[in-house]
Write a protein that binds this ligand. Sequence first.
Ligand SMILES: C[S@@+](CC[C@H](N)C(=O)[O-])C[C@H]1O[C@@H](n2cnc3c(N)ncnc32)[C@H](O)[C@@H]1O
Length: 209
Amino acid sequence: MALRAGAGVGFVEEMSLKAKEQYFDRWAGRYDGFWTSLLYRWCHRRLLSHVLPPAEALDLGCGTGRLLGLLADRWGGMRGMGLDLSGQMIVQARLGNCHRERLDFLQAGVQPLPFADGRFDALFCTFSFQHYPNPEGVLGEISRVLRPGGRFYWAEASPRTGQARLKMTPGGIRLYSPECRAQLGLEAGLGCAAHHQLFGPVLLSVLVR
Ligand SMILES: C[S@@+](CC[C@H](N)C(=O)[O-])C[C@H]1O[C@@H](n2cnc3c(N)ncnc32)[C@H](O)[C@@H]1O
């Protein structure tokens, strides 16, 4: 049984999470189609060049699990966990998992994260943080499950300043400028190590516990 996705959030947020779950469930079977692959997987490859070798990785909102697959191809000793709100995304991720002895996938929400304190040395979140209704709460959880010195790799579109709210997908999305990301990280005990432009407006921010 899936862990309750909305645990730790209020009623309205829980409704929005339910709507997002259904939206991504419907998309899952087609997610690795040509256009999505072109953008997302290109960014995954660009991101790889900024990653320090991870031992124990967690991918938040992992979708069909392609990023973890890529990381596991690159680092033979790495173990990884992918977590996603959408059960259908997790079905696709398990079907496409070429590293079953090292990678596992779990249907769950990001708040709270169902892991012990300090379990991971690397956390990834590509094109998913923008969907989270409570960014402060999620960053608190990210900080909690990271080891001291562990890194959070956060990649998605980023406006130049402030926050941008767009009415895309149920519940909308929120995008954060580099300064906003750094400030939100700081409040959760994460220092900003670097920002890297991956592709067009897609920015990778590296936050360190
Ligand atoms: C655009 S997809 C990105 C998937 C993948 N990270 C990638 O780079 O291709 C966004 C994913 O975030 C997941 N997601 C959205 N809100 C979530 C939440 N609160 N908890 C966990 N996953 C969530 C969705 O189910 C979806 O699979």
